[in-house]
Design a binder for this molecule. Structure first.
Ligand code: SF4
Ligand code: SF4
Length: 433
Protein backbone atom coordinates (compact mmCIF):
# COMPACT_ATOMS: atom_id res chain seq x y z
CA UNK A 1 0.00 0.00 0.00
CA UNK A 2 1.33 3.40 -0.95
CA UNK A 3 2.04 5.79 1.88
CA UNK A 4 0.66 9.28 1.20
CA UNK A 5 2.05 12.49 2.60
CA UNK A 6 -0.24 14.22 5.11
CA UNK A 7 -2.11 17.28 3.82
CA UNK A 8 -0.87 19.46 6.66
CA UNK A 9 2.77 20.49 6.71
CA UNK A 10 4.87 18.77 9.36
CA UNK A 11 5.42 20.93 12.40
CA UNK A 12 8.90 22.37 12.62
CA UNK A 13 9.29 22.57 16.34
CA UNK A 14 12.00 25.21 16.31
CA UNK A 15 9.62 27.68 14.67
CA UNK A 16 7.93 28.19 18.02
CA UNK A 17 11.08 29.82 19.41
CA UNK A 18 13.09 31.24 16.51
CA UNK A 19 16.84 30.91 17.00
CA UNK A 20 16.54 28.01 19.44
CA UNK A 21 18.03 24.93 17.75
CA UNK A 22 16.00 21.87 18.62
CA UNK A 23 19.00 19.53 18.39
CA UNK A 24 20.69 21.61 21.10
CA UNK A 25 17.74 21.02 23.42
CA UNK A 26 17.99 17.29 22.84
CA UNK A 27 21.57 17.28 24.15
CA UNK A 28 20.20 17.38 27.70
CA UNK A 29 19.89 13.80 28.92
CA UNK A 30 18.15 14.87 32.16
CA UNK A 31 20.87 13.34 34.34
CA UNK A 32 20.53 16.09 36.96
CA UNK A 33 24.28 16.47 37.58
CA UNK A 34 23.92 20.24 37.11
CA UNK A 35 21.40 20.60 39.93
CA UNK A 36 23.94 20.57 42.74
CA UNK A 37 25.85 23.54 41.29
CA UNK A 38 22.84 25.72 40.45
CA UNK A 39 22.50 28.60 42.92
CA UNK A 40 18.79 29.16 42.25
CA UNK A 41 17.98 25.46 42.72
CA UNK A 42 19.96 25.58 45.94
CA UNK A 43 17.99 28.59 47.20
CA UNK A 44 14.52 27.69 45.95
CA UNK A 45 14.70 23.89 46.04
CA UNK A 46 12.40 23.53 43.03
CA UNK A 47 13.03 21.58 39.83
CA UNK A 48 11.47 24.45 37.87
CA UNK A 49 14.29 26.72 39.11
CA UNK A 50 17.05 24.30 38.11
CA UNK A 51 18.88 24.04 34.77
CA UNK A 52 17.10 20.79 33.92
CA UNK A 53 13.70 22.25 34.78
CA UNK A 54 14.34 25.35 32.71
CA UNK A 55 15.50 23.21 29.79
CA UNK A 56 12.22 21.27 30.02
CA UNK A 57 10.37 24.56 29.73
CA UNK A 58 12.53 25.67 26.79
CA UNK A 59 11.82 22.41 24.99
CA UNK A 60 8.10 22.56 25.72
CA UNK A 61 8.04 26.14 24.37
CA UNK A 62 9.96 25.08 21.27
CA UNK A 63 7.53 22.22 20.69
CA UNK A 64 4.55 24.52 21.16
CA UNK A 65 3.25 22.46 24.09
CA UNK A 66 3.18 25.42 26.48
CA UNK A 67 2.85 29.17 26.11
CA UNK A 68 4.61 32.08 27.73
CA UNK A 69 2.52 32.10 30.90
CA UNK A 70 3.65 34.21 33.88
CA UNK A 71 4.80 31.20 35.94
CA UNK A 72 6.98 29.93 33.06
CA UNK A 73 8.55 33.35 32.52
CA UNK A 74 9.09 33.63 36.28
CA UNK A 75 11.26 30.49 36.35
CA UNK A 76 13.24 31.63 33.32
CA UNK A 77 13.67 35.13 34.79
CA UNK A 78 14.99 33.71 38.05
CA UNK A 79 17.98 32.15 36.25
CA UNK A 80 21.19 34.06 36.94
CA UNK A 81 22.76 33.11 33.63
CA UNK A 82 25.81 32.18 35.71
CA UNK A 83 26.44 29.06 33.61
CA UNK A 84 27.72 26.94 36.46
CA UNK A 85 25.45 24.27 34.94
CA UNK A 86 27.53 24.31 31.73
CA UNK A 87 30.71 23.63 33.66
CA UNK A 88 29.07 20.67 35.40
CA UNK A 89 27.20 19.23 32.41
CA UNK A 90 28.70 16.00 30.99
CA UNK A 91 26.68 16.43 27.77
CA UNK A 92 28.15 19.88 27.04
CA UNK A 93 24.69 21.45 26.84
CA UNK A 94 24.92 25.02 25.50
CA UNK A 95 22.71 26.39 28.22
CA UNK A 96 23.78 30.04 27.99
CA UNK A 97 23.21 30.22 24.25
CA UNK A 98 19.74 28.70 24.59
CA UNK A 99 18.86 30.98 27.50
CA UNK A 100 19.72 34.02 25.36
CA UNK A 101 17.44 32.81 22.56
CA UNK A 102 14.53 32.02 24.83
CA UNK A 103 14.88 35.35 26.62
CA UNK A 104 14.85 37.09 23.26
CA UNK A 105 11.61 35.22 22.52
CA UNK A 106 10.16 36.33 25.86
CA UNK A 107 11.00 40.01 25.31
CA UNK A 108 9.50 39.89 21.82
CA UNK A 109 6.30 38.06 22.73
CA UNK A 110 5.50 38.39 26.41
CA UNK A 111 3.71 41.35 27.87
CA UNK A 112 5.50 42.36 31.05
CA UNK A 113 4.04 44.74 33.61
CA UNK A 114 4.88 48.30 32.48
CA UNK A 115 7.08 48.96 35.55
CA UNK A 116 9.15 45.82 34.90
CA UNK A 117 9.48 46.62 31.23
CA UNK A 118 10.57 50.17 31.98
CA UNK A 119 13.08 49.01 34.61
CA UNK A 120 14.69 46.54 32.19
CA UNK A 121 14.97 49.06 29.37
CA UNK A 122 16.19 51.84 31.65
CA UNK A 123 18.91 49.64 33.13
CA UNK A 124 20.09 48.53 29.72
CA UNK A 125 20.27 52.10 28.44
CA UNK A 126 21.98 53.45 31.54
CA UNK A 127 24.61 50.75 31.86
CA UNK A 128 25.54 50.64 28.20
CA UNK A 129 25.94 54.42 27.72
CA UNK A 130 28.76 55.75 29.89
CA UNK A 131 27.80 59.42 29.53
CA UNK A 132 24.19 58.70 30.47
CA UNK A 133 25.35 56.59 33.43
CA UNK A 134 27.63 59.38 34.65
CA UNK A 135 24.79 61.91 34.36
CA UNK A 136 22.38 59.62 36.18
CA UNK A 137 24.83 59.08 39.03
CA UNK A 138 25.75 62.74 39.41
CA UNK A 139 22.80 63.57 41.73
CA UNK A 140 23.91 60.84 44.15
CA UNK A 141 26.82 63.17 45.03
CA UNK A 142 24.40 65.84 46.24
CA UNK A 143 23.10 65.00 49.74
CA UNK A 144 20.01 67.18 49.26
CA UNK A 145 18.57 65.00 46.52
CA UNK A 146 20.31 61.68 47.24
CA UNK A 147 17.23 60.47 49.17
CA UNK A 148 14.92 61.31 46.28
CA UNK A 149 17.15 59.42 43.83
CA UNK A 150 17.20 56.38 46.11
CA UNK A 151 13.40 56.44 46.47
CA UNK A 152 13.01 56.58 42.68
CA UNK A 153 15.45 53.67 42.30
CA UNK A 154 13.50 51.67 44.91
CA UNK A 155 10.21 52.35 43.12
CA UNK A 156 11.68 50.85 39.97
CA UNK A 157 13.99 48.14 41.24
CA UNK A 158 12.67 47.26 44.72
CA UNK A 159 14.92 47.36 47.77
CA UNK A 160 18.12 47.36 45.82
CA UNK A 161 19.23 50.95 45.46
CA UNK A 162 22.66 50.92 43.79
CA UNK A 163 25.73 52.08 45.67
CA UNK A 164 28.25 54.16 43.80
CA UNK A 165 31.82 52.86 44.27
CA UNK A 166 34.61 55.10 45.56
CA UNK A 167 36.54 56.62 42.71
CA UNK A 168 33.54 56.82 40.38
CA UNK A 169 33.77 59.71 37.93
CA UNK A 170 31.31 62.46 37.13
CA UNK A 171 32.26 62.00 33.49
CA UNK A 172 33.64 58.86 31.79
CA UNK A 173 37.43 58.74 32.02
CA UNK A 174 39.19 58.36 28.69
CA UNK A 175 42.44 56.52 28.13
CA UNK A 176 45.24 57.49 25.73
CA UNK A 177 44.56 56.18 22.23
CA UNK A 178 48.01 54.58 22.17
CA UNK A 179 50.18 53.73 25.18
CA UNK A 180 53.72 52.68 24.26
CA UNK A 181 55.23 49.42 25.46
CA UNK A 182 57.86 49.61 28.18
CA UNK A 183 61.14 48.03 27.09
CA UNK A 184 61.16 45.70 24.14
CA UNK A 185 57.76 45.57 22.40
CA UNK A 186 56.32 42.06 22.67
CA UNK A 187 52.79 42.62 21.35
CA UNK A 188 50.37 45.23 20.08
CA UNK A 189 46.99 44.81 21.76
CA UNK A 190 43.62 46.47 21.51
CA UNK A 191 41.91 47.26 24.79
CA UNK A 192 38.17 47.22 25.38
CA UNK A 193 37.46 50.16 27.67
CA UNK A 194 33.86 49.04 28.29
CA UNK A 195 30.91 51.21 29.28
CA UNK A 196 30.63 50.75 33.05
CA UNK A 197 34.39 50.74 33.72
CA UNK A 198 35.15 54.33 32.59
CA UNK A 199 32.51 55.67 35.01
CA UNK A 200 32.52 53.31 38.00
CA UNK A 201 36.03 51.81 37.89
CA UNK A 202 38.31 54.09 35.85
CA UNK A 203 41.21 53.10 38.12
CA UNK A 204 40.86 49.48 36.94
CA UNK A 205 41.15 50.51 33.30
CA UNK A 206 44.18 52.68 34.07
CA UNK A 207 45.78 49.81 35.99
CA UNK A 208 45.14 47.37 33.13
CA UNK A 209 46.84 49.60 30.58
CA UNK A 210 49.80 50.11 32.92
CA UNK A 211 50.21 46.38 33.53
CA UNK A 212 50.04 45.64 29.80
CA UNK A 213 52.60 48.36 29.05
CA UNK A 214 54.85 47.08 31.85
CA UNK A 215 54.76 43.71 30.12
CA UNK A 216 55.98 45.10 26.81
CA UNK A 217 52.59 45.65 25.15
CA UNK A 218 51.71 48.63 23.03
CA UNK A 219 48.07 49.31 23.99
CA UNK A 220 45.61 50.70 21.47
CA UNK A 221 42.24 51.98 22.68
CA UNK A 222 40.13 52.59 19.56
CA UNK A 223 37.61 55.42 19.81
CA UNK A 224 33.92 54.71 19.21
CA UNK A 225 33.96 51.18 20.62
CA UNK A 226 30.66 51.53 22.44
CA UNK A 227 29.18 48.68 24.46
CA UNK A 228 30.05 45.07 23.64
CA UNK A 229 26.38 44.01 23.84
CA UNK A 230 26.80 41.36 26.55
CA UNK A 231 24.20 42.98 28.79
CA UNK A 232 21.67 43.09 25.95
CA UNK A 233 22.26 39.38 25.26
CA UNK A 234 21.77 38.62 28.95
CA UNK A 235 18.46 40.49 28.98
CA UNK A 236 17.15 38.98 25.76
CA UNK A 237 17.54 41.99 23.46
CA UNK A 238 19.44 40.28 20.65
CA UNK A 239 18.80 42.96 18.02
CA UNK A 240 20.37 45.58 20.29
CA UNK A 241 23.28 43.20 20.91
CA UNK A 242 23.86 42.68 17.17
CA UNK A 243 23.98 46.43 16.54
CA UNK A 244 26.48 46.87 19.39
CA UNK A 245 28.56 43.92 18.18
CA UNK A 246 28.81 45.34 14.62
CA UNK A 247 30.03 48.66 15.97
CA UNK A 248 32.64 47.03 18.18
CA UNK A 249 33.85 44.71 15.41
CA UNK A 250 34.32 47.72 13.11
CA UNK A 251 36.24 49.62 15.81
CA UNK A 252 38.82 46.86 16.28
CA UNK A 253 39.31 45.84 12.64
CA UNK A 254 42.36 46.74 10.55
CA UNK A 255 44.54 47.88 13.45
CA UNK A 256 47.19 45.17 13.18
CA UNK A 257 46.46 43.86 16.66
CA UNK A 258 47.89 40.65 18.08
CA UNK A 259 44.99 40.39 20.52
CA UNK A 260 41.99 42.26 21.86
CA UNK A 261 42.09 42.34 25.64
CA UNK A 262 39.31 42.88 28.18
CA UNK A 263 39.32 43.26 31.94
CA UNK A 264 35.63 42.55 32.40
CA UNK A 265 34.50 38.91 32.53
CA UNK A 266 31.07 39.63 31.11
CA UNK A 267 32.45 41.56 28.12
CA UNK A 268 35.12 38.97 27.34
CA UNK A 269 32.61 36.13 27.44
CA UNK A 270 30.16 38.13 25.31
CA UNK A 271 32.72 38.92 22.58
CA UNK A 272 34.01 35.35 22.45
CA UNK A 273 30.42 34.32 21.72
CA UNK A 274 29.76 36.92 19.01
CA UNK A 275 29.50 34.21 16.32
CA UNK A 276 26.29 32.98 18.01
CA UNK A 277 24.68 36.32 17.21
CA UNK A 278 24.97 35.94 13.44
CA UNK A 279 23.72 33.08 11.22
CA UNK A 280 26.39 31.26 9.20
CA UNK A 281 25.33 33.01 5.96
CA UNK A 282 25.40 36.50 7.51
CA UNK A 283 28.30 38.62 6.14
CA UNK A 284 29.07 39.68 9.71
CA UNK A 285 29.65 36.10 10.84
CA UNK A 286 33.31 35.78 9.68
CA UNK A 287 34.09 39.23 11.08
CA UNK A 288 32.52 38.20 14.41
CA UNK A 289 34.53 34.97 14.37
CA UNK A 290 37.76 36.88 13.69
CA UNK A 291 37.25 39.21 16.66
CA UNK A 292 36.11 36.38 18.93
CA UNK A 293 39.24 34.37 18.09
CA UNK A 294 41.52 37.30 19.00
CA UNK A 295 39.77 38.29 22.23
CA UNK A 296 41.19 37.27 25.60
CA UNK A 297 40.73 38.22 29.20
CA UNK A 298 43.74 40.24 30.32
CA UNK A 299 44.79 37.53 32.82
CA UNK A 300 44.56 34.87 30.11
CA UNK A 301 46.58 37.01 27.71
CA UNK A 302 49.33 37.86 30.21
CA UNK A 303 49.68 34.29 31.45
CA UNK A 304 50.15 33.10 27.86
CA UNK A 305 52.54 35.94 27.01
CA UNK A 306 54.71 35.16 30.04
CA UNK A 307 54.48 37.98 32.58
CA UNK A 308 57.55 39.92 33.61
CA UNK A 309 58.14 39.47 37.36
CA UNK A 310 56.80 42.40 39.39
CA UNK A 311 59.28 43.88 41.89
CA UNK A 312 57.15 45.61 44.48
CA UNK A 313 56.04 43.52 47.48
CA UNK A 314 52.40 43.55 48.59
CA UNK A 315 52.37 41.74 51.94
CA UNK A 316 48.63 41.08 52.08
CA UNK A 317 46.40 38.08 52.62
CA UNK A 318 44.19 37.88 49.54
CA UNK A 319 41.36 35.69 48.33
CA UNK A 320 40.01 35.40 44.80
CA UNK A 321 36.36 35.41 43.72
CA UNK A 322 35.77 33.68 40.36
CA UNK A 323 33.42 35.81 38.27
CA UNK A 324 30.92 33.46 36.58
CA UNK A 325 31.65 34.71 33.09
CA UNK A 326 35.35 34.17 33.59
CA UNK A 327 35.27 30.77 35.30
CA UNK A 328 32.19 29.22 33.69
CA UNK A 329 31.85 31.42 30.59
CA UNK A 330 35.51 31.35 29.52
CA UNK A 331 37.14 28.61 31.59
CA UNK A 332 39.64 31.14 33.00
CA UNK A 333 40.41 30.15 36.58
CA UNK A 334 44.12 29.39 36.91
CA UNK A 335 45.53 32.47 35.15
CA UNK A 336 44.42 35.22 37.58
CA UNK A 337 45.68 33.11 40.46
CA UNK A 338 49.02 32.54 38.68
CA UNK A 339 49.41 36.31 38.22
CA UNK A 340 48.59 37.04 41.86
CA UNK A 341 51.15 34.45 43.02
CA UNK A 342 53.83 36.37 41.13
CA UNK A 343 53.47 39.31 43.51
CA UNK A 344 56.18 39.19 46.20
CA UNK A 345 54.79 38.89 49.74
CA UNK A 346 51.20 38.29 48.64
CA UNK A 347 49.47 35.33 50.31
CA UNK A 348 46.67 33.84 48.22
CA UNK A 349 44.09 31.81 50.13
CA UNK A 350 41.07 30.04 48.64
CA UNK A 351 37.64 30.79 50.06
CA UNK A 352 34.78 28.27 50.04
CA UNK A 353 32.58 28.28 46.92
CA UNK A 354 34.81 30.81 45.18
CA UNK A 355 33.06 30.07 41.87
CA UNK A 356 29.49 30.42 43.15
CA UNK A 357 27.66 33.42 41.76
CA UNK A 358 27.63 36.48 44.05
CA UNK A 359 24.16 37.46 42.83
CA UNK A 360 25.20 40.41 40.70
CA UNK A 361 24.80 38.59 37.35
CA UNK A 362 24.50 41.51 34.95
CA UNK A 363 21.47 43.40 36.26
CA UNK A 364 20.01 40.46 38.20
CA UNK A 365 20.60 42.27 41.51
CA UNK A 366 18.30 45.06 40.35
CA UNK A 367 15.62 42.80 38.90
CA UNK A 368 15.65 39.97 41.46
CA UNK A 369 16.88 41.73 44.61
CA UNK A 370 15.71 39.12 47.14
CA UNK A 371 17.57 36.21 45.57
CA UNK A 372 20.55 38.41 44.74
CA UNK A 373 20.86 39.55 48.35
CA UNK A 374 20.81 35.97 49.62
CA UNK A 375 23.63 35.06 47.25
CA UNK A 376 25.54 38.21 48.19
CA UNK A 377 25.25 37.33 51.87
CA UNK A 378 26.47 33.78 51.24
CA UNK A 379 29.41 35.11 49.22
CA UNK A 380 30.37 37.59 51.95
CA UNK A 381 30.19 34.92 54.66
CA UNK A 382 32.36 32.55 52.61
CA UNK A 383 34.93 35.28 52.03
CA UNK A 384 35.02 36.32 55.68
CA UNK A 385 35.81 32.74 56.80
CA UNK A 386 39.34 33.08 55.40
CA UNK A 387 39.93 36.60 56.84
CA UNK A 388 41.50 38.24 53.81
CA UNK A 389 42.61 41.87 53.64
CA UNK A 390 41.58 42.01 49.99
CA UNK A 391 39.12 40.18 47.74
CA UNK A 392 40.23 40.08 44.13
CA UNK A 393 37.91 39.66 41.19
CA UNK A 394 37.79 40.34 37.44
CA UNK A 395 34.34 41.73 36.76
CA UNK A 396 32.78 45.13 37.59
CA UNK A 397 29.38 43.72 38.60
CA UNK A 398 30.93 41.34 41.16
CA UNK A 399 33.27 44.12 42.29
CA UNK A 400 30.44 46.52 43.12
CA UNK A 401 28.05 43.93 44.53
CA UNK A 402 30.56 42.22 46.83
CA UNK A 403 31.79 45.64 48.02
CA UNK A 404 28.19 46.60 48.84
CA UNK A 405 27.74 43.31 50.69
CA UNK A 406 30.77 44.02 52.90
CA UNK A 407 29.23 47.22 54.26
CA UNK A 408 28.78 47.01 58.01
CA UNK A 409 31.06 44.01 58.51
CA UNK A 410 33.83 44.57 61.04
CA UNK A 411 37.28 44.40 59.42
CA UNK A 412 35.75 43.72 56.00
CA UNK A 413 38.24 43.32 53.15
CA UNK A 414 38.52 45.76 50.26
CA UNK A 415 37.55 44.50 46.82
CA UNK A 416 40.06 45.04 44.02
CA UNK A 417 40.63 43.90 40.46
CA UNK A 418 43.56 41.58 39.69
CA UNK A 419 45.07 44.36 37.55
CA UNK A 420 44.98 46.90 40.39
CA UNK A 421 47.18 44.71 42.57
CA UNK A 422 49.48 43.87 39.69
CA UNK A 423 49.85 47.53 38.69
CA UNK A 424 50.89 48.31 42.25
CA UNK A 425 53.36 45.43 42.20
CA UNK A 426 54.86 46.82 39.00
CA UNK A 427 55.27 50.12 40.84
CA UNK A 428 52.62 51.89 38.80
CA UNK A 429 50.10 53.74 40.93
CA UNK A 430 46.92 55.09 39.40
CA UNK A 431 46.35 58.81 39.17
CA UNK A 432 43.46 58.67 41.65
CA UNK A 433 45.34 56.74 44.35
S1 SF4 B 1 23.91 18.08 33.56
FE1 SF4 B 1 23.51 18.59 31.42
S2 SF4 B 1 22.52 16.76 30.58
FE2 SF4 B 1 22.41 16.57 32.81
S3 SF4 B 1 20.40 17.50 33.34
FE3 SF4 B 1 21.94 19.13 33.50
S4 SF4 B 1 21.89 20.15 31.50
FE4 SF4 B 1 20.88 18.14 31.25
S1 SF4 C 1 22.80 29.54 34.56
FE1 SF4 C 1 23.17 29.38 36.79
S2 SF4 C 1 21.19 29.90 37.73
FE2 SF4 C 1 20.77 29.45 35.56
S3 SF4 C 1 20.27 27.29 35.50
FE3 SF4 C 1 22.49 27.39 35.12
S4 SF4 C 1 23.44 27.18 37.14
FE4 SF4 C 1 21.26 27.66 37.49
Amino acid sequence: MAVTEPDVPLLRVEDHVPGLRYEDLLECVHCGICLSVCPTFDLLDAEADSPRGRLYYMRALAEGRIELAPNIVRHLDSCLGCRACETACPSAVHYGEMLAQVRNHIEANYSRAPRRRLARRLLLNLLTRPHLLALALAPTRLPAIRGLVRRMARALFGDCAPDVPDGARLWPASLPQVTPAQGERRARVGFLAGCVMPVLFPRVNEATVRVLAANGCEVVVPRGQGCCGALAVHQGYLEDARAQARRLIRAFEGLGLDAVVTNSAGCGSGIKEYPHLFPTDDPWRPRAEALAARTQDVSEFLAALGPRPPGQAIPLRVTYHDACHLAHGQGVRAQPRELLRLIPGLELVECPQSDWCCGSAGVYNFLEPDLARQLQQRKVENILTVRPAVVVTGNPGCHAWISAGMTGHQGAPRVRHTMELLAEAYGARNSGE
